[in-house]
Write a protein that binds this ligand. Sequence first.
Ligand code: SF4
Ligand code: SF4
Ligand code: SF4
Length: 292
Amino acid sequence: MTMDRRTLLKGAAAAGAGAAVSAATTAEASSVRPTAPPDAVGMLYDATLCIGCQACVTACKTANNMPGNLYDPPKDLDGQTKNIIKLYEEDGEKSYMKQQCMHCIDPGCVNACMIGAFKKREYGIVTWDKDRCIGCRYCQVACPYNIPKFQWDTPVPEIVKCELCNHMLARGEEPGCVQACPKEAVIFGTYEELLADARQRVADHPERYYPAGAPQIFGDTEGGGTQVLYLAGVDFEKLGLPVLGDDGVGVQMRAIQHGIYRGFIAPVALYGILGAVLWRNRRAAAKEGSDE
Ligand code: SF4
Ligand code: SF4
Ligand code: SF4
């Protein structure tokens, strides 16, 4: 780890109290690519270090008061699971893959949520507010990573996704998954430091990461960038990540919204169009089959 995380967390908590929406959510629909807010934090997952022990999965459940145990780990994200580890093994290649919210710099979910239940807030963390949510599930359609899940089997269903353990950050603690990882395969830090760390790793070991010789840091630019970054030794598409351009997903959605509102088309039609556009981007999720 390249920094004193506790100092970071306490400093950020003091300095950032009351600060709100990032540039990403306030930016007009335009060709300007949004940038991470100055106080952005996130995680770096290095799949080449992960041993698939699932300690992070259990720790995530504990941190979020969700049922589950190490002996029967969930196979996919669901209404009681915010973090999973998957194994990819094919054609002599093998890699683990951690999946949770990416805390997009320009999030599709935030832009899709008409009544502001999804927000990009302090430190660029994307949060969900149960008191505002009306259960329309447009956030699910808008997420290119297939992250938000709906609790179908509870009387008062909620949308479930990683919120970067912001309740623990507020106490000066690191996220549960980060604390539990015995290999530091997932680390927490400021976005800038994590990006610098990832760049240093690929510079030091270009042969270890995919593609060999000129490794990709997933999340550096994909979909407008994400505050959760990935390194791996295997093609990210094989690990379930979508193939996205560099434009922010939110930029695309705002452009569509502006055009449609000018024509006074009803929100129902609007979201039908948005859904069709965004579903086309979800190639990896479609390959695995929907769990909705
Ligand atoms: S990964 Fe999905 S749920 Fe998370 S911030 Fe991005 S669009 Fe929203
Ligand atoms: S940050 Fe918290 S909620 Fe998100 S995956 Fe890690 S433990 Fe789970
Ligand atoms: S705790 Fe660390 S090593 Fe174990 S599965 Fe999770 S990320 Fe991988």
